[in-house]
Design a protein around this ligand. Structure first.
Ligand SMILES: [Zn+2]
Length: 298
Protein backbone atom coordinates (compact mmCIF):
# COMPACT_ATOMS: atom_id res chain seq x y z
CA UNK A 1 0.00 0.00 0.00
CA UNK A 2 1.52 3.35 -0.99
CA UNK A 3 1.77 6.50 1.11
CA UNK A 4 -1.05 8.33 -0.70
CA UNK A 5 -3.43 5.48 -0.03
CA UNK A 6 -2.46 5.36 3.61
CA UNK A 7 -3.09 9.09 3.90
CA UNK A 8 -6.47 8.67 2.19
CA UNK A 9 -7.40 5.89 4.60
CA UNK A 10 -6.38 7.95 7.60
CA UNK A 11 -8.44 10.89 6.31
CA UNK A 12 -11.52 8.76 5.87
CA UNK A 13 -11.25 7.21 9.27
CA UNK A 14 -10.59 10.47 11.07
CA UNK A 15 -12.62 13.04 9.15
CA UNK A 16 -15.72 11.18 8.06
CA UNK A 17 -17.20 9.14 10.89
CA UNK A 18 -19.66 6.59 9.56
CA UNK A 19 -22.30 7.54 12.06
CA UNK A 20 -22.61 10.93 10.36
CA UNK A 21 -23.85 9.38 7.16
CA UNK A 22 -27.54 9.22 6.34
CA UNK A 23 -28.57 9.20 2.72
CA UNK A 24 -32.16 10.20 2.60
CA UNK A 25 -35.10 10.34 4.90
CA UNK A 26 -38.66 9.83 3.87
CA UNK A 27 -41.39 10.05 6.43
CA UNK A 28 -43.80 8.09 4.31
CA UNK A 29 -45.17 5.06 6.07
CA UNK A 30 -44.33 6.32 9.51
CA UNK A 31 -47.38 8.38 10.40
CA UNK A 32 -50.17 6.25 11.78
CA UNK A 33 -53.05 6.50 9.32
CA UNK A 34 -56.78 6.28 9.88
CA UNK A 35 -57.57 2.76 10.94
CA UNK A 36 -59.30 0.81 8.21
CA UNK A 37 -58.42 -2.60 9.61
CA UNK A 38 -56.07 -3.98 12.26
CA UNK A 39 -53.59 -1.34 13.35
CA UNK A 40 -50.17 -2.94 13.21
CA UNK A 41 -46.74 -1.59 14.12
CA UNK A 42 -43.66 -3.04 12.47
CA UNK A 43 -40.08 -2.12 13.23
CA UNK A 44 -38.31 -1.73 9.87
CA UNK A 45 -38.40 -2.17 6.08
CA UNK A 46 -38.52 -5.96 5.48
CA UNK A 47 -41.22 -6.47 8.10
CA UNK A 48 -43.26 -3.67 6.54
CA UNK A 49 -43.21 -5.46 3.18
CA UNK A 50 -43.93 -8.92 4.62
CA UNK A 51 -46.77 -7.64 6.82
CA UNK A 52 -48.34 -5.70 3.93
CA UNK A 53 -48.15 -8.83 1.78
CA UNK A 54 -49.81 -11.03 4.41
CA UNK A 55 -52.24 -8.48 5.86
CA UNK A 56 -53.33 -6.99 2.52
CA UNK A 57 -56.30 -4.66 2.85
CA UNK A 58 -57.18 -5.91 6.35
CA UNK A 59 -54.28 -4.18 8.07
CA UNK A 60 -53.02 -0.67 8.59
CA UNK A 61 -49.24 -0.91 8.94
CA UNK A 62 -47.01 1.78 10.48
CA UNK A 63 -43.24 1.77 10.72
CA UNK A 64 -41.59 2.46 14.07
CA UNK A 65 -38.06 3.15 12.78
CA UNK A 66 -38.27 5.93 10.19
CA UNK A 67 -37.37 4.88 6.62
CA UNK A 68 -33.83 5.91 5.67
CA UNK A 69 -32.52 5.57 9.24
CA UNK A 70 -30.05 2.76 9.90
CA UNK A 71 -31.98 0.54 12.35
CA UNK A 72 -29.14 -1.23 14.18
CA UNK A 73 -28.40 1.46 16.74
CA UNK A 74 -31.69 3.34 16.56
CA UNK A 75 -33.31 4.25 19.89
CA UNK A 76 -36.85 5.57 20.35
CA UNK A 77 -37.31 9.06 21.77
CA UNK A 78 -39.91 9.75 24.48
CA UNK A 79 -42.14 11.13 21.72
CA UNK A 80 -41.75 7.93 19.72
CA UNK A 81 -42.80 5.88 22.73
CA UNK A 82 -45.82 8.15 23.27
CA UNK A 83 -46.81 7.96 19.63
CA UNK A 84 -46.65 4.20 19.39
CA UNK A 85 -47.81 3.08 22.82
CA UNK A 86 -51.50 3.00 21.88
CA UNK A 87 -50.99 0.25 19.28
CA UNK A 88 -52.20 -3.19 20.29
CA UNK A 89 -49.75 -5.19 18.17
CA UNK A 90 -46.13 -4.89 17.16
CA UNK A 91 -44.30 -7.17 14.73
CA UNK A 92 -40.58 -7.42 15.38
CA UNK A 93 -37.64 -9.09 13.65
CA UNK A 94 -36.43 -10.55 16.94
CA UNK A 95 -33.01 -12.22 17.34
CA UNK A 96 -31.88 -9.25 19.43
CA UNK A 97 -32.44 -6.68 16.69
CA UNK A 98 -34.87 -4.49 18.66
CA UNK A 99 -32.94 -3.96 21.90
CA UNK A 100 -35.17 -1.02 22.79
CA UNK A 101 -38.42 -3.03 22.74
CA UNK A 102 -38.75 -3.28 26.55
CA UNK A 103 -39.22 0.54 26.64
CA UNK A 104 -42.29 0.23 24.43
CA UNK A 105 -43.62 -2.73 26.40
CA UNK A 106 -43.16 -0.87 29.68
CA UNK A 107 -45.25 1.98 28.27
CA UNK A 108 -47.91 -0.46 27.05
CA UNK A 109 -47.77 -3.83 28.82
CA UNK A 110 -50.91 -5.00 27.00
CA UNK A 111 -49.24 -4.81 23.60
CA UNK A 112 -49.01 -8.12 21.73
CA UNK A 113 -45.59 -8.86 20.25
CA UNK A 114 -45.10 -11.09 17.21
CA UNK A 115 -41.50 -12.24 17.07
CA UNK A 116 -40.85 -13.28 13.44
CA UNK A 117 -37.64 -15.11 14.37
CA UNK A 118 -39.66 -17.78 16.20
CA UNK A 119 -38.78 -21.30 14.96
CA UNK A 120 -35.63 -20.04 13.21
CA UNK A 121 -32.30 -21.49 14.30
CA UNK A 122 -30.27 -18.39 15.09
CA UNK A 123 -26.53 -17.97 14.61
CA UNK A 124 -24.58 -17.08 17.72
CA UNK A 125 -22.09 -14.23 17.27
CA UNK A 126 -19.57 -13.56 19.98
CA UNK A 127 -20.40 -14.55 23.53
CA UNK A 128 -23.80 -13.05 24.04
CA UNK A 129 -25.24 -12.02 20.68
CA UNK A 130 -27.40 -13.59 18.02
CA UNK A 131 -27.16 -12.58 14.38
CA UNK A 132 -30.42 -10.78 13.50
CA UNK A 133 -30.03 -10.71 9.66
CA UNK A 134 -32.53 -13.48 8.93
CA UNK A 135 -34.46 -11.29 6.43
CA UNK A 136 -31.66 -11.67 3.88
CA UNK A 137 -32.25 -15.42 3.48
CA UNK A 138 -35.47 -16.00 1.48
CA UNK A 139 -35.89 -19.46 3.01
CA UNK A 140 -35.85 -18.04 6.54
CA UNK A 141 -38.17 -15.25 5.40
CA UNK A 142 -40.77 -17.95 4.68
CA UNK A 143 -40.78 -18.69 8.42
CA UNK A 144 -41.02 -14.97 9.23
CA UNK A 145 -44.00 -14.68 6.88
CA UNK A 146 -45.69 -17.68 8.50
CA UNK A 147 -45.14 -16.19 11.95
CA UNK A 148 -46.79 -12.97 10.75
CA UNK A 149 -49.78 -14.87 9.32
CA UNK A 150 -50.19 -16.86 12.54
CA UNK A 151 -49.95 -13.68 14.60
CA UNK A 152 -52.55 -11.85 12.52
CA UNK A 153 -54.80 -14.89 12.66
CA UNK A 154 -54.62 -14.82 16.44
CA UNK A 155 -55.77 -11.21 16.76
CA UNK A 156 -58.24 -11.39 13.87
CA UNK A 157 -59.46 -15.01 13.53
CA UNK A 158 -62.31 -13.98 11.24
CA UNK A 159 -59.83 -13.33 8.44
CA UNK A 160 -57.60 -16.33 9.12
CA UNK A 161 -58.04 -17.85 5.65
CA UNK A 162 -57.23 -14.55 4.01
CA UNK A 163 -53.96 -14.16 5.94
CA UNK A 164 -52.89 -17.77 5.40
CA UNK A 165 -53.62 -17.59 1.67
CA UNK A 166 -51.64 -14.37 1.31
CA UNK A 167 -48.77 -15.92 3.25
CA UNK A 168 -48.78 -18.95 0.95
CA UNK A 169 -48.71 -16.71 -2.11
CA UNK A 170 -45.80 -14.72 -0.74
CA UNK A 171 -43.96 -17.91 0.18
CA UNK A 172 -44.30 -19.03 -3.47
CA UNK A 173 -42.63 -15.78 -4.52
CA UNK A 174 -39.84 -16.49 -2.05
CA UNK A 175 -39.43 -20.01 -3.46
CA UNK A 176 -39.07 -18.55 -6.97
CA UNK A 177 -36.54 -16.04 -5.66
CA UNK A 178 -34.61 -18.87 -4.02
CA UNK A 179 -34.62 -20.86 -7.28
CA UNK A 180 -33.40 -17.78 -9.20
CA UNK A 181 -30.56 -17.23 -6.73
CA UNK A 182 -29.45 -20.87 -6.99
CA UNK A 183 -29.55 -20.79 -10.81
CA UNK A 184 -27.84 -17.42 -11.11
CA UNK A 185 -24.98 -18.29 -8.79
CA UNK A 186 -24.61 -21.95 -9.73
CA UNK A 187 -21.87 -21.50 -12.31
CA UNK A 188 -19.80 -18.93 -10.46
CA UNK A 189 -16.23 -19.96 -9.78
CA UNK A 190 -15.75 -17.82 -6.65
CA UNK A 191 -17.31 -18.39 -3.24
CA UNK A 192 -15.74 -15.43 -1.40
CA UNK A 193 -17.14 -11.92 -1.49
CA UNK A 194 -16.46 -8.73 0.46
CA UNK A 195 -19.60 -7.28 2.08
CA UNK A 196 -19.60 -4.03 4.02
CA UNK A 197 -20.90 -5.30 7.36
CA UNK A 198 -21.67 -8.75 8.71
CA UNK A 199 -25.21 -9.01 7.31
CA UNK A 200 -24.95 -11.99 4.97
CA UNK A 201 -24.07 -14.95 7.22
CA UNK A 202 -27.46 -16.67 6.90
CA UNK A 203 -27.49 -15.94 3.16
CA UNK A 204 -23.98 -17.34 2.76
CA UNK A 205 -24.82 -20.54 4.61
CA UNK A 206 -27.97 -20.97 2.50
CA UNK A 207 -26.11 -20.59 -0.80
CA UNK A 208 -22.74 -22.10 0.07
CA UNK A 209 -20.82 -18.82 -0.08
CA UNK A 210 -18.19 -17.25 2.16
CA UNK A 211 -18.71 -13.72 3.43
CA UNK A 212 -15.77 -11.42 4.25
CA UNK A 213 -16.55 -7.99 5.71
CA UNK A 214 -15.01 -4.53 5.78
CA UNK A 215 -16.27 -3.60 9.25
CA UNK A 216 -16.36 -6.07 12.12
CA UNK A 217 -19.46 -6.67 14.20
CA UNK A 218 -23.11 -6.95 13.33
CA UNK A 219 -23.75 -3.24 12.71
CA UNK A 220 -22.48 -1.06 9.82
CA UNK A 221 -21.78 1.76 12.26
CA UNK A 222 -18.45 0.36 13.41
CA UNK A 223 -15.50 2.32 12.05
CA UNK A 224 -12.66 0.43 10.41
CA UNK A 225 -9.15 1.58 11.30
CA UNK A 226 -6.53 2.22 8.63
CA UNK A 227 -4.76 -0.95 9.74
CA UNK A 228 -7.95 -2.99 9.34
CA UNK A 229 -8.51 -1.59 5.86
CA UNK A 230 -4.96 -2.45 4.89
CA UNK A 231 -5.48 -6.00 6.14
CA UNK A 232 -8.71 -6.35 4.17
CA UNK A 233 -7.04 -5.01 1.04
CA UNK A 234 -4.35 -7.65 1.40
CA UNK A 235 -6.90 -10.39 1.95
CA UNK A 236 -8.94 -9.26 -1.08
CA UNK A 237 -5.83 -9.44 -3.22
CA UNK A 238 -5.05 -12.92 -1.96
CA UNK A 239 -8.59 -14.06 -2.73
CA UNK A 240 -8.51 -12.51 -6.20
CA UNK A 241 -11.56 -10.31 -5.50
CA UNK A 242 -12.36 -7.49 -7.91
CA UNK A 243 -15.61 -6.16 -6.43
CA UNK A 244 -15.88 -4.36 -3.09
CA UNK A 245 -19.39 -3.99 -1.75
CA UNK A 246 -20.72 -0.90 -0.06
CA UNK A 247 -24.24 -0.23 1.25
CA UNK A 248 -26.66 2.69 1.27
CA UNK A 249 -26.12 4.39 4.61
CA UNK A 250 -22.33 4.31 4.91
CA UNK A 251 -19.43 6.39 3.67
CA UNK A 252 -18.83 5.13 0.10
CA UNK A 253 -15.19 6.24 0.23
CA UNK A 254 -14.29 3.32 2.49
CA UNK A 255 -15.09 0.68 -0.13
CA UNK A 256 -13.56 2.87 -2.83
CA UNK A 257 -10.18 3.04 -1.14
CA UNK A 258 -9.99 -0.76 -1.08
CA UNK A 259 -11.33 -1.05 -4.64
CA UNK A 260 -8.72 1.40 -5.93
CA UNK A 261 -5.99 -0.55 -4.23
CA UNK A 262 -7.05 -3.88 -5.78
CA UNK A 263 -7.89 -2.23 -9.14
CA UNK A 264 -11.47 -3.32 -8.66
CA UNK A 265 -14.83 -1.66 -8.51
CA UNK A 266 -17.46 -0.75 -5.92
CA UNK A 267 -21.00 -2.11 -6.13
CA UNK A 268 -23.88 -2.10 -3.65
CA UNK A 269 -24.84 -5.20 -1.69
CA UNK A 270 -27.78 -3.96 0.32
CA UNK A 271 -28.64 -5.36 3.75
CA UNK A 272 -32.14 -3.91 3.13
CA UNK A 273 -31.94 -1.90 6.33
CA UNK A 274 -32.65 1.59 4.95
CA UNK A 275 -34.65 0.67 1.83
CA UNK A 276 -37.59 2.80 0.69
CA UNK A 277 -40.88 1.14 1.61
CA UNK A 278 -42.04 1.66 -1.98
CA UNK A 279 -39.46 -0.86 -3.19
CA UNK A 280 -40.37 -4.51 -3.53
CA UNK A 281 -38.38 -6.97 -1.35
CA UNK A 282 -37.95 -9.56 -4.12
CA UNK A 283 -36.81 -6.91 -6.63
CA UNK A 284 -34.31 -5.53 -4.12
CA UNK A 285 -32.91 -9.02 -3.52
CA UNK A 286 -32.62 -9.54 -7.28
CA UNK A 287 -30.54 -6.35 -7.55
CA UNK A 288 -28.26 -7.81 -4.87
CA UNK A 289 -27.98 -11.09 -6.74
CA UNK A 290 -27.11 -9.34 -9.98
CA UNK A 291 -24.24 -7.50 -8.25
CA UNK A 292 -23.16 -10.62 -6.39
CA UNK A 293 -23.05 -12.49 -9.68
CA UNK A 294 -20.67 -9.90 -11.02
CA UNK A 295 -18.44 -10.43 -7.99
CA UNK A 296 -18.54 -14.22 -8.02
CA UNK A 297 -18.82 -15.15 -11.68
CA UNK A 298 -16.23 -12.97 -13.36
ZN1 LIG B 1 -27.12 -5.17 9.64
Amino acid sequence: MNIDTKAALAAIVIIVPLSGYALWISEQGREPQQISGQKILVTFYPLYKFTKAVGGNKVDVSLIIPPGIEPHDWEPTIQDIEQFKTASLVIINGAGFEQWLPKLITANPEMTVIDTSKNIKLLQKGTNQTDPHIWLDPILVKTQVQNIADGLEKIDPQNADYYQQNANQYKSRLDSLDATIRTDLSNCNKKDFLAFHDAFSYFSIEYGLHQNTIVGGLSPEAEPTAATLEQITQKSQNLGLHIVFTEEAVNPQIAKVIADEIHGKVLVLSPLEVTSINNDYVDEMKKNISNLKEALCQ
